[in-house]
Design a protein around this ligand. Structure first.
Ligand SMILES: NC(=O)c1ccc[n+]([C@@H]2O[C@H](COP(=O)([O-])OP(=O)(O)OC[C@H]3O[C@@H](n4cnc5c(N)ncnc54)[C@H](OP(=O)(O)O)[C@@H]3O)[C@@H](O)[C@H]2O)c1
Length: 334
């Protein structure tokens, strides 16, 4: 009989945690026991797993006894405190927050790109930022084909990237707005309904936001190449699920759009949707709920000799978070 595992989901009542539970089921992950964990606010809540309502438990130091995999998505401070406790209890902690991502001893993994990094783990493995995860899926085949000098990315990120509160805020503001009502921005710095906001996370003294710096640093770590120059502008848009990215890539050697299209077609987990005359390219609405990263609008940049432009869309709750974490666990048991 093949082995079954005890899996804890920390942040089980959040948008990423719920997606993790759905995906464990959908991917038929060999779960013997599911341990859904959240804060005291969720006391009495249940989650549905394989037709069974399972009580959500309040996270504490004893939550990880007998746990094989602890999937964290409850914020950086929770991971900071509890991921080491989970690891000490014998679990592998797979962390969705930014807390451990740039820690030199913690591998930062997108399995299709750098699964080899997993083996070096010491009990904690980090999952990248949602925007980074989908971008490196598109960059990796191009990196292998022609090398990469520089990446210029602009993102169009959905409100679910900011959790339940982000989804609620867009829904409430959109309704009120259509009814001529007044609304107050709480989760986002400005009204998000029928608007967009060129700020995700806090600003740093250099004028970039923390989200932008995450994309810059995490890309270099995952591709294992600190020489790649990356610059990013991250923008919140009034979309519920799915992050989109306009990516400009300066390659080391000139490659044609056709070569890039072919390389992306061969990349596991990537789907090329690229037929401009028929208006075929990915949109967040069409790709939400799907596991793959979708790429379209692949073309040669007319402004430089070695440039490629493309458009990349993925479900931020899946490849950007829950799916990638479960794929790391799958790689560990493979
Ligand atoms: N959304 C994304 O696309 C995405 C992508 C990658 C990474 N992440 C990261 O994943 C984390 C969660 O994101 P989310 O979008 O799922 O947020 P969310 O919808 O707001 O959910 C947060 C979850 O964390 C739990 N939680 C909060 N404080 C806790 C505490 N002190 N102890 C135990 N549980 C606690 C909440 O439980 P209660 O319901 O009991 O409050 C809830 O289950 C964040 O660190 C985020 O940066 C999110």
């Amino acid at each position: 009989m093949s082995k079954i595992y005890t899996v804890a989901v920390v942040g089980a009542t959040g948008v990423v945690g719920r997606e993790m539970i759905d995906l464990l089921q959908e991917l038929n992950f060999p779960v013997g026991r599911l341990v859904p964990l959240a804060s005291a606010r969720s006391a009495g809540a249940t989650v549905l797993f394989k037709g069974e309502n399972i009580d959500v438990q309040v996270l504490n130091e004893d939550s990880f006894k007998g746990v094989d995999f602890a999937l964290f998505s409850a914020g950086g401070s929770v991971s900071k405190e509890f991921a080491p406790i989970a690891a000490k209890s014998g679990a592998v902690a797979i962390d969705n927050t930014s807390y451990f991502r740039m820690h030199p001893e913690v591998p930062l993994v997108v399995p299709e790109v750098n699964a080899n990094a997993i083996a070096s783990h010491k009990g904690i493995i980090a999952n990248p930022n949602c925007s980074t995860a989908q971008m490196v899926m598109a960059l990796k085949p191009i990196y292998d084909l022609a090398g990469i000098e520089r990446v210029v990315v602009s993102t169009y990120q959905s409100v679910s990237g900011a959790g339940k509160a982000g989804i609620d805020e867009l829904e409430k503001q959109a309704r009120l707005s259509l009814n001529g009502g007044d609304f107050v921005a709480q989760k986002f710095p400005h009204t998000i309904a029928f608007n967009l906001i060129p700020q995700i996370d806090d600003f740093l003294p250099n004028g970039y936001t923390k989200e932008e710096i995450k994309m810059i640093e995490e890309t270099k770590k995952i591709l294992g190449d600190p020489t790649i120059q990356v610059t990013a502008t991250t923008v919140r848009v009034p979309v519920f699920v799915g992050h989109s990215e306009s990516i400009n890539i300066q390659t080391k050697r000139k490659v044609s759009a056709a070569e890039v299209r072919e390389a992306l077609r061969k990349m596991p987990g990537v789907i090329v949707m690229d037929d401009p005359p028929n208006s075929v390219y990915p949109t967040p609405r069409e790709t939400a709920g799907k596991n793959e990263v979708f790429v379209g609008r692949i073309r040669e940049d007319l402004s430089i000799p070695n440039g490629i432009e493309l458009w990349c869309v993925a479900d931020n709750l899946r490849k950007g978070a829950a799916l990638n974490a479960i794929q790391i666990a799958q790689a560990l048991i493979a």
